[in-house]
Design a protein around this ligand. Structure first.
Ligand code: PLP
Length: 392
């Protein structure tokens, strides 16, 4: 094979020099504080066998979908699943994409138009940033969760945009790197005041765990300002894929114009069956119990952080994502590998994924983490943070 061009090799060397080279790791068999499998659904036997059974019972013996949904890749199973997803999330319609990344790319590159404005939280996920970049609308960012900053921007936007310009406000229900959430009530009021449509990425939100305010507001928000919700099936649902929830007209628009929906092979039947099965299971007594355990683990984790006086290092969060700031790629990597040697899988999040000096250890909490695991990992972390060995 031909060698990597010089410029690309130089970029890799720069990554190595800043200790930020990304590398793949195989299954670690360590205590899981890293995966997005918050409720243990990815390894759930029932979902695995039920999804299989669903296919065989219907005589669907098929490995691949064979094409784009607009060509040969669609099926009644797909449509039934979309209907089920829409009902579960109390939305008018759902359109399934192959991943959350694809959904955001498709949505943001096709919906906002040239004279429109997209105002987004500075910490939104890369998939939304990429979609916005591919689109033609003007875009502006506001400071993370700082709604006064958003209000100032919206005021300016309304003053200097054409009257028919549509303004979209974009944020996440639970931020993937910080684990915190915006003040949805205030956000809704601002969107109403400045006639904006709200787009909410709910990839890390777990219904019944950290969405109380959201559930209270959902009806009100949906009717008034919420235009689209992005939900993903690869995280708490433990499967793969995503859906954009919205009106029937939005669904029709996206399947006509979202290129990441149109120009790709549809999900295989096994994945679609897994999505349907996991959503059917998610309200079962067993999964409700797991949600309860996850909530308890979040509380235990926060209490322990306080007890060990680590709270000044942690970003305040009541979700299953708890981030401990450890500035510097070298230092955060050192502490992560120490935790690894001690048997815990906690991933370092390096710059440039997060801004320089905001490098962090991201703890993902699960229903299946035990009290001892939580206490032990935090005690080891406290020792490491205070130790000279791990200083910059
Ligand atoms: C907020 C957010 N949106 C979208 C995605 C992409 O979802 P998927 O992993 O299904 O592509 C992620 C994944 O990390 C995410 O954190």
């Amino acid at each position: 094979m031909a060698r990597l061009p010089k410029k690309l090799d130089q970029k890799l060397q720069e990554r190595i020099a800043s200790n930020a080279l990304r590398q793949l790791q195989t299954d670690s068999k360590k205590v899981d504080f890293a995966s997005n499998d918050y409720l243990g659904m990815a390894k759930d036997n029932m979902v695995f066998y039920e999804a299989h059974k669903l296919l065989t019972d219907r005589g669907i013996i098929q490995n691949g979908s064979t094409g784009s949904r607009l060509l040969s890749g669609n099926s009644s199973l797909y449509e039934e699943t979309e209907q089920y997803v829409a009902t579960y999330y109390k939305a008018d319609a759902a359109l399934i994409f192959n991943s959350g990344y694809d959904a955001n790319l498709g949505f943001f590159s096709s919906v906002p138009q040239r004279t429109d404005v997209v105002v987004f939280d500075e910490y939104i996920h890369a998939s939304m940033r990429d979609g916005i970049r591919m689109g033609t609308a003007r875009s502006l960012k506001f400071k993370h969760n700082k709604l006064n900053d958003l209000a100032n921007i919206l005021q300016r936007v309304r003053k200097d945009s054409e009257a028919e310009a549509q303004c979209y406000v974009v944020t996440e229900a639970v931020f993937s790197m910080d684990g915190d959430s915006p003040d949805l009530r205030r956000l809704m009021a601002l969107c109403k005041e400045y006639q904006c449509k709200l787009i909410l990425d709910e990839a890390h939100a777990i219904q019944g765990v950290n969405d109380t305010v959201y559930n209270e507001l959902i009806k009100e928000i949906t009717e008034q300002v919420l235009f689209a919700r992005i939900v993903t099936f690869g995280k708490a649902m433990g499967v793969q894929g995503s859906a954009i929830l919205g009106g029937n007209d939005l669904k029709t628009y996206l399947l006509n114009f979202a290129r990441s929906f149109i120009y790709t092979t549809a999900l295989p039947p096994m994945t679609v069956a897994s999505i349907l099965t996991v959503i059917r299971a998610i309200e079962s007594a067993e999964v409700k119990e797991r949600k309860k355990r996850l909530k308890e683990n979040i509380m235990i984790f926060s209490r322990e952080v306080q007890h060990l006086e680590l709270h000044n290092s942690f970003i305040p969060s009541t979700s299953s994502i708890q981030s401990c700031l450890v500035p510097g790629n070298t230092r955060v990597k050192k502490i992560a590998s120490y935790l690894r040697e001690e048997g815990f899988d906690v991933r370092p999040i390096l710059s440039p994924t997060v801004p320089e000096s905001e490098e962090r250890l991201r703890f993902c909490l699960h229903s299946y983490n035990t009290l001892n695991e939580i206490k032990e990992v935090l005690s080891i972390l406290a020792t490491a943070i205070k130790s000279e060995l791990y200083a910059r």
